[in-house]
Design a protein around this ligand. Structure first.
Ligand code: SAH
Length: 232
């Protein structure tokens, strides 16, 4: 799949898309992420993309012209399944939405900045508005990064062990069970006489019993920490 991200701060988001899982997915040819500088599309000779809001409200707004020009240029090259605007008042981003978007071929993500963008772009060109939570960020870049990361990691083949992405918290409305790595007995720095053991069952080699234990733990953690997930 292909994700196009439009921003006034490409330098903030580009390095993120080159590292770790996102970087590897692209090297494997499973995903393409392209970051576009909105200023490349303005007709303003000083490369300005913002202006004062009508009606005297505080702050600055990104203007229609550069956004329209950039979105139109991209749409002329391919069909987009979704043109997403990152917005605190949008639909709340979650795992089912990440899974759904990972099945698309081309999506565009527009990052707002300053006080936001001219509302006419939202009315006429945006197909979906997405929030990553009930708080206000300075720009949509972090939201776009969050979305791209969680979308790309569920594309089959991106994570080596397919099961690993599917067994993460939220995938089955259950939180992850506790997980441990070596050593089986750890002695903390603050008190080397103390031992922090790994639950014995995990060392038993009994696969069916381990699965059962993991499921019980996942259920108990979900009941305690996120009972709302079980009601869904
Ligand atoms: N005036 C706007 C907030 C602007 S914040 C309002 O009251 O709704 C600047 C930009 O950051 C927004 O246009 C949006 O693109 C991005 N942004 C801020 N918070 C966000 C969130 N929780 N989720 C997604 N994008 C967000």
């Amino acid at each position: 799949m292909r994700i196009d991200i439009i921003t006034v701060l490409p330098e903030l988001i580009e390095p993120f898309t080159q590292e770790s899982i996102l970087g590897r997915a692209q090297k494997k040819g499973l995903a393409e992420i392209h970051v576009h500088n909105l200023r490349d599309y303005t007709t303003d000779k000083h490369r300005r993309v913002d202006d004062y809001p009508f009606g005297g409200a505080a702050g600055m707004l990104i203007q229609c012209q550069p956004l329209d020009a950039c979105i139109s240029a991209l749409k002329a090259e391919r069909n987009y399944d979704e043109i997403i605007f990152t917005a605190p008042d949008g639909e709340k981003f979650d795992q089912p939405m990440a899974n759904e978007l990972s099945l698309k071929e081309n999506i565009m993500i527009i990052c707002g900045h300053y006080k936001g963008i001219d509302y006419r772009i939202r009315e006429h060109l945006i197909t979906r508005e997405v929030s990553i939570g009930d708080y206000v960020l300075t720009g949509g870049e972090l939201a776009a990064a969050v979305m791209a990361d969680s979308i790309v990691r569920v594309i089959p083949g991106v994570i080596g062990d397919v099961e690993s992405a599917l067994s993460d918290s939220f995938q089955d409305n259950l939180l992850e069970p506790p997980v441990y790595t070596r050593p089986a007995e750890y002695h903390p720095v603050s008190n080397p006489n103390e031992t922090w053991p790994v639950p014995e069952i995990l060392l038993s080699g009994h696969e069916a019993k381990i699965k059962e234990w993991e499921y019980e733990q996942a259920l108990a953690r979900t009941k305690a920490l996120r009972p709302d997930l079980l009601e869904e």
